[in-house]
Ligand binder design. Structure first.
Ligand code: FES
Length: 176
């Protein structure tokens, strides 16, 4: 017949087992593929509805940051005025500005946020009113990511993307 002492031993053992399992859980949990990791490489949906002209968000695809910029009319005009002689890595502006689905107005730039010199993240500040300025070594890109000045050798790359509808951008695929 179980004694009171037996009950205490069993209860103590159960508490120990639960404690051990709880301690083990973080290790087991870390071995499960995280949702972000599982999603890495898959296309991502980006809601454009809240990005006013002049606004930028940074999205992450395949662990790399990308700018999604809603260009103003002035920015489009400024980028369109640049000539081949202004650029180190000439690319026509048409291929770098996109129109959302159902829109006739090319006004979106989706471009890598990683400087092609040594990998810093450029920003928009007074140093480069025409576009992106990399604070690390002073590279200046136009608003579509074309290198104008500084040590960066090539333009900011464009990811594959499509517009699913008027306010949804899909980064990571060029298949509609
Ligand atoms: S990392 Fe951007 S200029 Fe050097």
């Amino acid at each position: 017949m179980p004694t009171r002492r037996d009950f205490i031993y069993v209860a103590t053992g159960m508490v120990g087992a639960v404690g051990a399992a709880a301690a083990l859980w973080p290790f087991i949990d870390q071995m499960r593929p995280d949702a972000d990791v599982r999603a890495a490489g898959l296309p991502i949906d980006v809601d454009l509805s809240a990005i006013e002209p002049g606004g930028t968000i940074i999205v992450t695809w395949r662990s790399n940051p990308y700018f999604v910029r809603h260009l103003t009319e002035e920015e489009i005009a400024s980028a369109s005025e640049l000539t081949e002689g202004d650029m180190k890595d000439y690319a026509p502006v048409d291929g770098r500005i996109a129109a959302a689905e159902e829109s006739a107005n090319p006004e979106w730039v989706i471009v890598s946020a990683t400087c092609t010199h040594l990998g810093c993240v450029p920003n928009t500040v007074d140093n480069a009113p025409e576009g992106w300025f990399c604070p690390c070594h002073g590279s200046v890109f136009d608003m579509t990511g074309r290198i104008l000045r500084g040590p960066a050798p090539i333009n900011l790359p464009l990811p594959p993307y499509v517009f699913a509808d008027a306010t949804t951008l899909v980064v990571g695929t060029d298949q509609a």
